[in-house]
Design a protein. Sequence first.
Length: 76
Amino acid sequence: MLKKLKKRTGQSTIEYIVLVTGVIALLILFLQPEGFFFKSYNRVLTFGTNGMEDMANRLATSRYDVPPYVEPVTRP
């Protein structure tokens, strides 16, 4: 009876093989060039890159839009 209640410790090789196979299958599904994940990832990267470029262009041209410095009026 005591031998039947003995808990199993550690992972078997089969469990590791199943885990690695599952991870590889998910990578193949998600990283296909025409897959949904790949397209979404590229869309996010493009959106972020375009936003940074737009902000850099705004900053580069904004220094020319500043009016010239005017001396403050001093009151007697």
